[in-house]
Design a protein around this ligand. Structure first.
Ligand SMILES: [Zn+2]
Ligand SMILES: [Zn+2]
Length: 343
């Protein structure tokens, strides 16, 4: 399809100010220098999207969806290396390219330029525009549906790495939403023994199928007894963070991934000091980690059929599935297929 064959309007799922989701006809994005237009095959529904829909992140009407795979249908001026028909997934924002985090290969930490391509740029739509520099090629043999997991998997890979997890370690994952579930898969693939703490029964059961050795229902205590070398904290809850730190082995690390807006856990400084405990954060991913996520999906080592819900949803079915995801009734990643899904 050449640029002149493209339609002028497309279907997009617009999240209004009040969180209502409505399918609308909107203009197909116009390409600037360096841009590519991608026909969306699949796009995940993520916790950040749920916060938008719940009105906890308000930016006016917006098309959500950032965990996408698709096919390039047109490229703007000055784009090299990409042609229509290329199968792609979208990676991290590009950053300024000159500050210390950018030079270290972590442009997601750049604060010089607004990072492009984050939440809100809109893949719950037939097409999306993206800076071609953000694209990664989907290798032959990896289907676009599975490739849509790359973004969430890259987040989990970085979090596990920042925790320093090694084969044979005991690891705890608190909160088995989609990032927690992928952290379980990454840790199990690494050869760590994984315990999960998660209130939803369907998610606990799924975590066991994905490779967790035990799944704990938080009751009087949120966290089962350790000691754990690594905690990957995905719940965002203050009580969980505080208890999880106490379950770490000496020299252990807790990685905060669940953002928990306004969460201010209280840690005992003496205990942290005497046990050489590390508490750190992890957000998004580097370009290298995004490439690793694609390679890990292509390797076939992860239980993709357990990580993805079997039934994709169309744009007009998203509104009905959001409350079920918010209540923890769905264990796997739900994918939106704006068309019928591409190959
Ligand atoms: Zn996401
Ligand atoms: Zn920068």
């Amino acid at each position: 399809m050449s640029a002149s064959d493209l339609p002028s309007a497309m279907a997009a799922l617009v999240c209004r100010d009040d969180g209502t989701l409505v399918v609308e006809r909107v203009p197909v994005p116009e390409l600037g220098r360096g841009d590519a237009l991608v026909r969306i095959s699949h796009c995940g529904i993520c916790g950040t999207d749920l916060h938008h829909v719940a009105g906890r992140i308000g930016h006016g009407p917006v098309v959500l969806g950032h965990e996408y795979s698709g096919v390039v249908v047109a490229v703007g001026e000055d784009v090299e290396g990409w042609t229509p028909g290329d199968r792609v997934v979208g990676g991290p924002g590009l950053g300024c390219g000159a500050c210390p985090p950018c030079l270290a290969g972590t442009p997601h930490l750049c604060r010089v330029e607004p990072v492009r391509g984050g939440a809100g740029n809109g893949s719950w739509a037939t097409f999306r525009r993206v800076d071609a520099g953000q694209l990664f090629r989907v290798p032959d043999g990896l289907d676009l549906r599975t490739a849509a997991l790359a973004e969430t998997l890259a987040i989990a890979l970085r979090a596990v790495r920042r925790g320093g997890a090694r084969p044979g370690d005991r690891a705890l994952v608190t909160g088995a939403g989609s990032i927690g579930m992928l952290a379980v898969a990454v840790l199990a693939d690494l050869g760590a023994g994984v315990t999960v703490s998660e209130p939803s029964a369907v998610r606990r059961e799924r975590a066991l199928r994905i490779g967790a050795q035990e799944a704990w229902e938080p009751g009087a205590t949120a966290v089962p007894d350790g000691p754990y070398a690594v905690v990957v904290e995905c719940s965002g809850r203050v009580d969980v963070m505080e208890q999880a730190v106490g379950s770490l082995a000496r020299g252990g690390t807790m990685v905060l991934v669940g953002i928990g807006a306004g969460a201010r856990p209280a840690f005992d400084a003496r205990q942290l000091t005497l046990t050489e405990t590390t508490v750190t954060g992890s957000v998004d991913y580097s370009r290298a980690e995004f490439a690793e996520a694609i390679a890990l999906l292509a390797s076939g080592r992860l239980p993709v059929e357990e990580l993805l819900e079997p039934d994709d949803v169309s744009l007009d079915e998203v509104a009905a599935v959001v409350p079920r995801l918010t209540r923890g009734e769905i264990a796997g990643k739900v994918l939106v297929a704006p068309g019928a899904g591409l190959r």
